[in-house]
Design a binder for this molecule. Structure first.
Ligand code: HEC
Length: 170
């Protein structure tokens, strides 16, 4: 029995030692170059989903009409385009300089058009830890958070005036 317990303690110490050596010998690459670490994607994705939780099911209190999408377009131009890129232009110049890279949210890509609005609203409001995605809680009103969410959800079917607003310099 004693041998068994000693075996377990030694086993745990070896795992801790391996982790310590991995971290102290530069096993975790902290520069923005290179791909994800082992398990990084899984941990980030699972933790984000768990943090969003039931908020993913929230529905927009505002209708998804042109007026709200237009308001969302102005908010996008002022607060998001520098990082997430401009309509029709793909990733911004900043995109690959940070890690995780900044995903484009407007066409030609799909952005978050398939995601539940509750999830997108949560991300914009709360930001994403360990990434460059800031929280807009307090910077945008609750209505503005939903307007930008409605814009992004419908990014693949925007009306001509909304597209024009997204092409204007602000
Ligand atoms: C300083 C750069 C920066 C700014 C400004 C910024 N974002 Fe982000 N955003 C990011 C990064 C980086 C990610 C990716 C995070 C990740 O992969 O975990 C991200 C992710 C997102 C996502 C999730 C995308 C997905 O595929 O699930 C949404 C939605 C989003 N941002 C919306 C916005 C909106 C709306 C604004 C403006 C109000 C904005 N962001 C401003 C850097 C930024």
């Amino acid at each position: 029995m004693i041998k068994f317990l000693v075996g377990i303690v030694v086993g745990i110490c070896l795992v801790l030692l391996a982790g310590y050596l991995f971290v102290t010998r530069g096993g975790i690459q902290m520069s923005t170059a290179g791909g994800p670490l082992p398990m990084e994607r899984y941990l980030a994705h699972t933790s984000l989903s768990a943090s969003i939780g039931k908020s993913a099911q929230e529905q927009s209190p505002l209708p998804s009409d042109e007026a709200n999408q237009l308001a969302g377009a102005h908010i996008y131009q002022q607060n998001c385009g520098g990082c997430h890129g401009r309509l029709g232009q793909g990733p911004s110049g900043m995109s690959k300089r940070v890690y995780p890279h900044i995903p484009p949210l407007l066409p030609p890509g799909d952005g978050v058009t398939d995601d539940p609005v509750g999830e997108t609203h949560w991300v914009i409001k709360n930001g994403i830890r360990f990434s460059a995605m800031p929280s807009f809680n307090g910077r945008l009103t609750e209505n503005e958070l939903w307007q930008i969410t409605l814009l992004l959800r419908n990014a693949d079917k925007l009306s001509a005036p909304v597209q024009e607003a997204l092409r204007s310099k602000e």
